[in-house]
Write a protein that binds this ligand. Structure first.
Ligand code: NAD
Length: 500
């Protein structure tokens, strides 16, 4: 991988700079109408390094006038971008992808500083968003319509067109992946976008926007804002300029935003939380299955919407699975993600650690046994150890609510149908995993699991060429694959008679 030093952001003469930023962490700003700005107000929020608690910088928060400027810019940007030849649009997106690849290590370092995930994981995320952008750029060329047979002297066609300016809201757990899934699909479809990336990981979002700017993206096509989330979503969703709403985050916030969009009849994509079941059948090697689960479980310290989070293990394998799982969990090297060899960083924020520990305490109080982890460590940062629990009763909160952290409750089952019933019993429907070598059981699981993302014999991650998204309360719409552009396109039926 070649590397490239990122040039400093052009200063905005009209507003004060982010004077407290630490070395190696970018100057934080919003990007509105092709200009970097601190916004029209004076509100700021500190950005913390979750491994140390150190303040990395101050993110500016948008005022209503900044949001209005971003929406007006997106309206102009849309008119321009929509009418640019698709080849030119694709070329700009590919150039951006090349810049991101060249800077992956450097952007990954900023991501580790502000989110905590190990540097290798963070760099890999940047490389993946570059691949996603390349994929979407090409998919934009394939937003085909169709011709429907009809009588002579008449054509009947179906045309696809970009939906218009998009409002998007993304969380902190994938500081590059979250925003890029929205930006890439919107821009590839010919839309402009106003995106509120997370105030907790604004450095990565700034560096993504800079790559687009340097690749020649016209002003107004991409607008990046930060602020008080409810203020931004209420103003953007209500604006008549905004035609589509894309959100990734928790189910309660998703329901709230879907309600705001419904009130003005706007379509949405909702990528919400999950509580992914894993069913380990009696025909597999339990130790191999356990090691595979551990690799998936502790990625990003379990703060992944598709993280395996409830392990149903056949009674014949329970003890062997648990032994191997605990051994592998205890071998995970936890620390500051910038240190070499670290495999799991801290949780991204103090509220996440408090929530995870409360789930462990609740399970313990109901009779679960904590085999490893389960205590808040002393020292700086928001660390929480890989934690494994057994004998977790069905009424424990961690078996019902998304844990979003490094905890693994392991539960015994005797009958496969009963395990499937428990897997499907929650309102979540994002991801589900099965471990079996039997084709008939694999087919039964994939047919029965009520989830949008299914993996057999591994804990699969997302890929650009296939769709990701949820069923039930985990949301609707898909990101990735040929389905990924659907939400950002509208369909027009055109019936044309040659004579009146
Ligand atoms: P949260 O629900 O408070 O916030 C999630 C995200 O939504 C944040 O980025 C926040 O800025 C934004 N948000 C909150 N209120 C908003 C509003 N009114 N308008 C617009 N945006 C708003 O939760 P949290 O503590 O930050 O994150 C933990 C939860 O997020 C987890 O429980 C998990 O369910 C969810 N999550 C889901 C995914 C996913 O891909 N499905 C990804 C990350 C986080």
């Amino acid at each position: 991988m070649s590397t490239q030093t990122i040039p400093p952001a052009p200063a905005d003469a009209s507003s004060p700079t982010n004077a407290t930023a630490v070395a190696g962490y970018p100057e934080l700003a919003m990007y509105i109408d092709g200009r970097w700005t601190q916004g029209s107000g004076s509100r700021r929020e500190p950005v913390l390094n979750p491994a140390t608690g150190e303040v990395l910088g101050q993110v500016p928060l948008a005022e209503a006038s900044d949001l209005d400027a971003a929406v007006a810019a997106a309206e102009r940007g849309f008119a321009l971008w929509r009418d640019l030849p698709v080849d030119r649009r694709a070329a700009i997106l590919h150039r951006t992808a090349d810049l991101l690849r060249a800077r992956a290590g450097e952007i990954g370092r900023v991501m580790t500083q502000e989110e905590g995930k190990p540097h290798g994981e963070a760099t890999g995320e940047v490389m993946r968003v570059a691949t996603l952008l390349d994929w979407d750029a090409e998919e934009g060329r394939r937003a085909y319509g169709r011709i429907i047979p009809t009588g002579p002297g008449e054509t009947l066609t179906v045309a696809r067109a970009p939906v218009g300016p998009v409002a998007a809201f993304t969380p902190w757990n994938f500081p590059a992946g979250g925003p890029m899934r929205k930006i890439a699909a919107a821009l590839a479809a010919g839309c402009s976008i106003v995106i509120k990336a997370s105030e907790e990981t604004p450095g990565t979002a700034n560096l993504l926007a800079r790559a687009f700017e340097e690749a020649g993206l016209p002003a107004g096509v991409l607008n990046l804002v930060f602020g008080v989330p409810s203020e931004i979503s209420e103003r953007l969703i209500a604006s008549p300029v905004i035609r589509f709403v894309a959100f990734t985050g928790s189910i309660p916030v998703g329901k709230h935003l879907a309600g705001l969009a419904a009130a003005v009849m706007k379509p949405t994509i909702m990528e919400l939380g999950g509580h992914a079941p894993v069913i380990v059948c009696q025909d597999v090697d339990p130790a191999e299955a356990a090691r595979s689960c551990v690799r998936g479980k502790f990625a990003n310290a379990g703060q992944v919407c598709t993280s395996p989070s409830r392990f149903y293990v056949h009674e014949s394998h329970h003890d062997a699975f648990v032994d191997a799982f605990v051994q592998a969990a205890e071998a995970v090297k936890v620390g500051d993600g910038l240190e070499p060899g670290v495999q799991m960083g801290p949780l991204a924020n103090p509220r996440r650690r408090a929530a995870v520990h409360a789930l462990v305490e609740d399970a313990r109080a109901r009779g679960a046994r904590v085999l490893t982890g389960g205590e808040v460590p002393a020292g700086p940062g928001f660390f929480y150890p890989p934690t494994v629990l057994v004998d977790v009763p069905e009424d424990a909160v961690m078996l019902r609510e998304e844990p979003f952290g490094p905890v693994a409750p392991i539960v015994v089952f005797t009958d496969l149908d009963e395990a499937i019933g428990r897997a499907n019993a929650l309102p979540y429907g994002l991801a589900a995993y099965g471990f079996t070598h039997r084709a008939d059981i694999a087919a039964k699981l994939t047919g029965a699991f009520e989830a949008g993302i299914l993996s057999i014999n591994h804990v699969g991650g997302s890929v650009p060429q296939a769709p990701s998204g949820g069923l039930k309360e985990s949301g609707h719409g898909r990101e990735g694959g040929s389905e990924g552009l659907e939400g950002y396109l509208v369909t027009k039926r055109v019936s044309h008679r040659m004579q009146i």
